[in-house]
Ligand binder design. Structure first.
Ligand code: FMN
Ligand code: SF4
Length: 376
């Protein structure tokens, strides 16, 4: 486990080990997206489990950018007090945390908007999952989104976050602009890959302008849409080169969305054998060969041996986990202490269903076991 427990740094960000909690919508905010005491408790538990870096669940940067109930907001200075409290709790326990920022574009859920509003997308392409057809954004709308990202990044810095991560994956706003399946614009924001990159390039410029060049700015990028006519790894590698030129500090390589074919969704099911694990590491390795920025691999890490091998083979610099830490928030400390049992998560995705009551996302299997225990 030597490589996993190596100390590293990215700019001013000093990390205890090479494990990352991949962004996890945790349904622990209130209906306005404000941080609650439950959120503090939730993130404190994850911090105490020994993770090197936490990426928060996706925080919406504009009122019409929310997709999930009790999602965390970063859309106005009213959010600042709670976000600062959250960071304070994590830092006081020795943790490091970056804020994941998102506008969910055509995947936004208008039932969660504070007041009636439009759903926005790069083009009026019906979303296969929500069945809503967004309004094609005007250039004024685009500038509003870019400014909202910059304002949220600046707010994150004020709140004390150790950096930000742009959500450029899983079929949300930035990914929608990058993908030819959802971006069919004929102006300067659509067309070849460089034009589809324009929104992201302008977000990078605005964010960097807002937070300064020394503040870490990361991205989670889908390297493959796994939909017909979608964004491909070759285009994603080109985007990675552009991001490196524009000053990105690290790329977490993900892939797919809930619309992807053949189960190639970001949270793949049935990761039960070692050969199913690390399912995006080969894609991450292509980024590692292409750009000279830290690369994070995510997707299906369950066994400490697989984590070690991916790191020691140099396929990525950091390994991110999501579902295993929902079931066992102390997994990294367990591995550190020499208990090398694999994670008990069975990759059933039941946890996606658990966040809807406002009590927070949890392991559905454990919840059912507890309920049975209580009933018997
Ligand atoms: C309940 C849940 C919430 C998630 N929320 C986010 C999120 O807010 N942002 C994001 O980029 N990915 C999100 N993901 C995807 C994970 O970060 C990760 O990419 C995926 O689950 C694969 O990693 P794993 O096999 O370690 O779970 C979520 C996944 C789950 C299960
Ligand atoms: S419900 Fe539990 S076992 Fe199933 S994927 Fe989520 S954390 Fe893993």
């Amino acid at each position: 486990m030597a490589a996993l427990f190596e100390k590293t740094s990215i700019k001013s960000l000093e990390l205890e080990n090479r494990s990352v909690r991949s962004a996890t919508w945790s349904a622990v905010s209130d209906r306005k997206g404000f941080v609650t005491d439950r959120a503090i408790e939730f993130y404190s538990t994850v911090t105490d489990g020994g993770i090197g870096l936490i990426v928060t669940g996706f925080q919406y940067v504009m009122a019409n950018g929310i997709a999930m109930p009790y999602q965390m907001g970063n859309y106005s200075d009213d959010c600042l007090e709670g976000l600062s409290r959250l960071v304070g709790a994590i830092h006081s326990r020795g943790g490091k945390v970056v804020a994941q920022l998102v506008h969910t574009g055509s995947k936004a859920n208008p039932k969660l908007f504070p007041e009636p509003g439009e759903i926005w997308g790069p083009s009026a392409v019906t979303d296969p999952l929500t069945s809503s057809t967004p309004k094609e954004m005007t250039q004024q709308d685009i500038h509003q989104v870019i400014e909202a990202y910059a304002a949220a990044a600046s707010r994150s810095q004020k709140a004390g976050f150790d950096g930000i991560q742009l959500h450029g994956a899983h079929g949300y706003g930035i990914n929608q602009f990058l993908s030819p399946a959802t971006n069919q614009r004929t102006d300067g924001y659509g067309g070849d890959v460089n034009r589809r990159y324009r929104l992201l390039g302008e977000v990078m410029e605005a964010v960097k302008g807002a937070v300064g060049k020394d503040y870490p700015v990361f991205i989670k990028l889908s390297a493959h849409d796994y939909v017909e006519g979608g964004f491909t790894p070759e285009e994603a590698l080109h985007v990675a080169r552009r991001l490196a030129e524009d000053g990105i500090d690290g790329i977490e390589v993900s892939a797919g969305s809930r619309a992807s074919s053949d189960g190639m969704i970001p949270s793949r099911k049935n990761v039960l054998k070692e050969e199913h694990e690390a399912y995006l590491a080969p894609l991450a390795a292509r980024f590692k060969e292409t750009v000279n920025v830290p690369i994070v691999t995510v997707g299906g890490f369950r066994s400490p041996g697989v984590v070690s091998k991916v790191l020691s083979d140099g396929l990525a610099d950091y390994v991110a986990l999501c579902r295993p830490l929902i079931r066992q928030p102390d997994l990294i400390n367990r591995w550190k202490s020499g208990d090398l049992d694999k994670a008990t998560c069975i990759s059933c995705n039941g946890c996606f269903e658990t966040g809807t009551d406002g009590q927070g996302v949890c392991c559905k299997i454990d919840k059912e076991l507890k309920e049975k225990g209580r009933a018997s």
